[in-house]
Design a protein around this ligand. Structure first.
Ligand code: NDP
Length: 447
């Protein structure tokens, strides 16, 4: 809600980060080279070193990294090129034509309130129905994604970088909302972190919303199904461990689309600018790194005892329940501040204001009860619990499937720091007050 009354709200452009330092630029350069290398190294380890990442790294050192990479690099194929283009076109078509409720994102620092058509669940359902029907009718091999993984790995990397460059060019010459652009003074940092906040083609085709959801998250469960089919074809059965990851991760994916409206108010859409980090992250890292458990289990199956299987299912759903409840609580109280109840009591919160670049003052609140009263990022802890359960289905023999859990720990810790810096800028003293009321950051009573 915008209020025109003059309030003592400091003018801070909380969406724009400060100038990139030399250290920051070098770090970003490391990420631009290191992230694709990691994705390819994982594939080499899975293909050639029995899933041992350390084995692959040792070989890279003994052969020399360049020779090792050139010798083992994945090769593109015409089939995967055609298949990947068809996949992008299908998702673009579904994004454009399927019906969905209209929803709004968070107000941007420049004062824009963008609308979205939330038809992700329909796109997910149509894609999966098409895939399953074509498989049952014998028109396609359900294991085809797994079998063409090498070529697809090349395609997603090429597309991720292409999108990163496109986003950069568009930001300079055809920006959608110039007032929401961010320049750090370093081209490399801008290339990675992005310049435009919500780049669009026309009024509705949103780069971020499309790429994170469609080629990214729709593909996630589809890739899982394909690796499960591959395991069935090569092993003669689907292991319990594979089924558990498939059920837990598909729940997470469907939840994402069922609550797509909520996603519009998370950091990805509200605050992160669209650069290589999101372009490559959504198109390449998500479908290849988030699906590591499927890729690992299909080749190196693990067998769980009934007690282990039950414990992992219980832990996975326990983490999911906290994830869903904590994310729901924040949205619910912000929409119904006067009537919302949490855990049987009236919700408590700190009211605060912030200013957008057009000079308007907006009122909002910081929830201090429920999960948001126990720690400032309880929803991150919930994600870590789920991730731990997914990785544990692969056993403890190799670090490779666990690299996803390690990545999530680093990502969410770093994200909590970034977010708190931004909230401190946005809400000033009110954020400090929130930190005094809720002193723990991620783990209640510990950290
Ligand atoms: P959040 O959804 O937690 O959003 C953080 C924002 O919420 C803040 O910037 C602030 O924004 C607002 N906020 C902070 N504290 C409060 C409060 N007490 N009351 C009300 N609003 C508050 O951030 P993320 O987008 O990082 O995470 C969303 C979910 O997605 C999490 O569960 C996370 O674990 C998950 N996630 C998963 C990833 C994956 O790869 N699987 C990657 C990243 C996230 P403002 O006030 O400006 O609205």
């Amino acid at each position: 809600m915008a209020t025109d009354t003059a309030k003592q709200v400091p003018f801070v452009n909380w969406g724009i980060s400060s100038t990139a330092s030399k250290r920051n630029t070098i770090g970003v350069l490391g990420l631009i080279i290191g992230c694709p290398t990691l994705v390819i190294l994982n594939w080499i380890a899975l293909e050639q070193y029995r899933g041992s990442l350390t084995g692959a790294i040792r070989a890279a050192f003994s052969q020399g990294p360049i020779r090792f990479l050139v010798h083992n690099l994945p090769r593109p194929t015409v089939v995967t090129f055609a298949g990947y283009v068809a996949w992008l076109l299908l998702q673009t078509l579904l994004y454009g034509v399927l019906p969905g409720a209209k929803a709004f994102g968070q107000r941007t620092p420049g004062g824009n309130l963008l609308s979205y058509t939330t038809n992700g669940l329909a796109a997910w359902a149509v894609t999966h129905i098409l895939f399953l029907s074509a498989s049952v009718l014998g028109l396609i091999d359900p294991a085809m994604i797994a079998k063409h993984w090498e070529g697809l790995l090349v395609m997603v990397n090429v597309y991720g970088f292409f999108l990163g460059f496109l986003a950069q060019i568009k930001a300079y010459w055809f920006p959608s909302h110039p007032e929401d652009r961010k320049f750090s003074g370093s081209w490399i940092s801008d290339f990675w972190a992005g310049v435009e906040l919500n780049p669009r083609f026309g009024e509705y085709w949103d780069f971020k919303f499309f790429h994170n959801g469609r080629p990214g998250i729709v593909a996630w469960s589809l890739i899982g199904l394909s690796w499960a089919a591959y395991q069935y074809q090569t092993l003669g059965h689907v292991t319990e461990s594979m089924l558990i990851v498939l059920i837990l991760q598909t729940t997470y994916v469907v939840d994402f689309f069922y609550n797509e409206d909520w996603y519009l108010r998370t950091i990805d859409i509200s605050h992160d600018h669209f650069g290589l980090m999101l372009a490559w992250g959504d198109s390449t890292f998500l479908p290849t790194f988030y699906t590591l458990q499927f890729q690992y289990l299909a080749r190196y199956p693990t067998y769980l005892t009934p007690i282990q299987a039950a414990a992992l299912v219980a832990l996975g759903f326990f983490g999911y329940a906290i994830f869903r409840e904590s994310n729901y609580q924040r949205d619910h109280v912000r929409t119904n501040p006067d009537s919302a109840r949490i855990w049987g009591r009236k919700a408590t919160f700190i009211t605060c204001s912030y200013r957008t670049a057009d000079g308007k003052v907006h009122d909002t609140l910081l929830l201090t009860s429920g999960w948001w009263g126990l720690a400032r990022h309880s929803n991150y802890l919930a994600d870590l619990v789920q991730t731990w359960a997914w990785c544990a289905t692969c056993g403890f023999k190799n670090i490779l499937p666990w690299s996803y859990f390690i990545y999530m720990c680093i990502l969410l810790y770093h994200r909590s720091q970034r977010d708190e810096r931004r909230c401190r800028n946005k809400y000033g003293e009110k954020w400090e007050e929130y930190c005094r009321v809720v002193p723990y950051r991620i783990i209640p009573f510990v950290y």
